[in-house]
Design a protein around this ligand. Structure first.
Ligand SMILES: C[S@@+](CC[C@H](N)C(=O)[O-])C[C@H]1O[C@@H](n2cnc3c(N)ncnc32)[C@H](O)[C@@H]1O
Length: 251
C-alpha cells in the first residue's frame, strides 16, 4: 500500500471550514484518496467519465454561472463544471476529506487548462453548508448522497443554497427495485470491485459499497424526499441498465 501513496504537496490551497459531523467515513475517504481516480477508471472501465458528463449536463450549468459541486472528492465533476461555466463563472468544490481536496488541488495546479483557475476548494460538511441562501445557479453531487449520514438534511441544504428556478443533479449507484438488476450489481461488487480493491490493499474500504446501496433510497424515494424538502419538480433517471441513477430536481 505504501508504494501507492502519491507524494502530495505539503501546502495546498483551499479554504478550511470546521466539519461538525466527522466520522469514520471521513477517515475512509482520506485513506482511499491517493488511488481513488485510478480505481474509478479501472472499476467502471472508464464509464464513470460518461456518467459524470451526463450529471453535469443535467445540472443545467452554463457560461458565467456560480455553481457548487458537493462531495467533490478529487474533483472530476468540478473540472467538468469549470469548462461549462468558463472563466466568467465560478465553481466551488466542497468535501470533508482533506486528502481528497489535496488531490483535487494538485490536479488543478498541474493542469494547463486556464479555466480551472475558476475553481475554489472548500473543506466543509454537506450537512451544514457555509453558503448563504439562494446563492448557486446549479449544484452537482457525484456519489456523495449515499455516503452522507443524513440524506434528508443534505437535500434540505442543497435546496437552501440553490437559486429559485435552478437545478440539482445527484449521481449515484441506483438502488434498483428490479431483482435482476440488484443481483447483477451485487455480483459485480463481490466479483469485480472488491477483488480489484483488495489488490490495492483496500478490501475493507470497498466492502461497505454493497450495504451502502442496500441502505440507500430508490429513485422514487429520492424523488419523494426532493419534493418534501421543497423542490418544485424531481425526476430520477436510471443509467447503464439501472446500475447507476441520477436525480434531477428543480427549485
Ligand atoms: C465516493 S466519493 C465521490 C467523489 C466525487 N464526487 C466523484 O464522483 O468522484 C464521496 C465523497 O463524499 C465525501 N463526503 C461524504 N460525506 C460528506 C459530508 N458530510 N460532507 C462533505 N463531504 C462528504 C467524501 O469525503 C468523498 O470524497
Amino acid at each position: 500500500m505504501a508504494s501507492l501513496q502519491l507524494s502530495l504537496p505539503s501546502t495546498y490551497r483551499f479554504r478550511h471550514r470546521p466539519v461538525r459531523c466527522a466520522d469514520e467515513r471521513q477517515t475512509l475517504f482520506n485513506r482511499i484518496a491517493p488511488v481513488y481516480d485510478n480505481l474509478n477508471d479501472l472499476l467502471s472501465l472508464g464509464q464513470h467519465r460518461v456518467w459524470k458528463r451526463m450529471a453535469v449536463s443535467w445540472s443545467g450549468a452554463k457560461m458565467g454561472d456560480q455553481v457548487l459541486d458537493l462531495c467533490c472528492g478529487s474533483g472530476d465533476l468540478s473540472f467538468l463544471l469549470s469548462e461549462k461555466v468558463g472563466s466568467n463563472g465560478k465553481v466551488t468544490g466542497l468535501d470533508f476529506s482533506q486528502e481528497q481536496l489535496s488531490v483535487a488541488s494538485l490536479r488543478q495546479n498541474m493542469s494547463l487548462k486556464t479555466c480551472y483557475k475558476n475553481i475554489d476548494w472548500v473543506e466543509g460538511d454537506a450537512l451544514d453548508l457555509p453558503f448563504p441562501d439562494g446563492y448557486f445557479d446549479a449544484i452537482t453531487m457525484g456519489y456523495g448522497l449515499r455516503n452522507v449520514v443524513d440524506k434528508y438534511r443534505a437535500m434540505q441544504e442543497m435546496f437552501r443554497v440553490l437559486k429559485p428556478g435552478s437545478r440539482i443533479s445527484v449521481l449515484d449507484f441506483n438502488k434498483s427495485t428490479q431483482p435482476f438488476t440488484a443481483s447483477t450489481q451485487e455480483w459485480m461488487i463481490d466479483n469485480v470491485v472488491v477483488p480489484v480493491a483488495t489488490s490495492y490493499g483496500l478490501a475493507k474500504e470497498y466492502e461497505y459499497l454493497k450495504s451502502s446501496i442496500r441502505e440507500f433510497l430508490t429513485g422514487k424515494e429520492l424523488e419523494k424526499v426532493a419534493l418534501q424538502v421543497g423542490f418544485s419538480s424531481a425526476r430520477h433517471y436510471e443509467i447503464s441498465g439501472g446500475i447507476m441513477g441520477n436525480l434531477v430536481a428543480k427549485r
